[in-house]
Design a binder for this molecule. Structure first.
Ligand code: PGA
Length: 221
């Protein structure tokens, strides 16, 4: 049994169609054991969400489903957006403010704060990505992922000690937040990160894509 609550979140980014996402789930799902202290979340693309959720429910896998974004607006005339109230019954969590969205889609701190509000109103857990201890954490966001931009997808993770220090600063600034680390996490370093006092899990993209590698990460905990 794990000593503290841990979150392990797989972010597929803009990868895997429905068949590929279901294949991944068919390998990972049956190998997961219920563990109150381990919260595992898979975040595929929007079009995969409902099929993945259906399969999780039918098979009773202990895994939550999350989206990689959410609209800053309620339902209405906002072409191309996915409103929280529409996603409500499909996702448990939404990744918000990922650095790729800030950089490629011009997402602002203000929009991220609106997304957090929308998520909360629909009982979706907002997971806000921050790039350092200076990135603002919007009110209502209890789950935060520290993801230094230079560590994302590069194979050059931050050191667990440094990540712990940043997580400590965030917890000092925003009492009550739970902090995760993300950026080149794999089966070789995950334990060192989650072993840090201020870190309660990891947000993982590259090393989550291969189901066997993802299981190695889970099993190493
Ligand atoms: P990575 O990405 O695991 O590929 O470094 C993490 C992320 O972008 O959330």
């Amino acid at each position: 049994m794990l000593k503290k609550e841990l979150w392990i979140i797989a972010n597929f980014k803009s990868q895997k169609n429905i068949t590929q996402a279901l294949d991944w789930l068919s390998v990972v799902g049956p190998k997961l054991h219920k563990n109150e202290n381990l919260k595992i979340v898979v975040c595929p693309v929007f079009t995969d969400l409902s099929e993945v959720k259906k399969e999780v429910l039918t098979s009773g896998y202990p895994i939550m489903v999350g989206s990689q974004d959410i609209s800053p607006f309620p339902e209405g005339a906002y072409t191309g957006e996915e409103a929280a109230s529409i996603l409500k019954n499909i996702v448990d969590l939404a990744i918000l403010g990922h650095s790729e969205r800030r950089k490629n889609f011009g997402e602002t701190d203000e929009q991220i704060a609106e997304k957090v509000k929308q998520a909360k109103q629909s009982d979706i857990i907002p997971l806000v990505c921050v790039q350092g201890s200076d990135t603002p954490v919007p009110e209502g966001a209890d789950l935060v992922a520290y993801e230094p931009v230079w560590a994302i997808g590069t194979g050059e993770a931050d050191t667990p000690a440094d990540a712990n220090e940043v997580a400590g600063k965030l917890k000092g600034k925003y009492p009550g937040v739970t902090v995760l680390y993300g950026g080149s996490v794999d089966e070789g370093n995950v334990k060192a990160f989650v072993g840090q006092e201020n870190i309660n899990g990891c947000l993982i993209a590259t090393a989550s894509l291969d189901p066997e590698q993802f299981l190695k990460i889970i099993n190493s905990l």
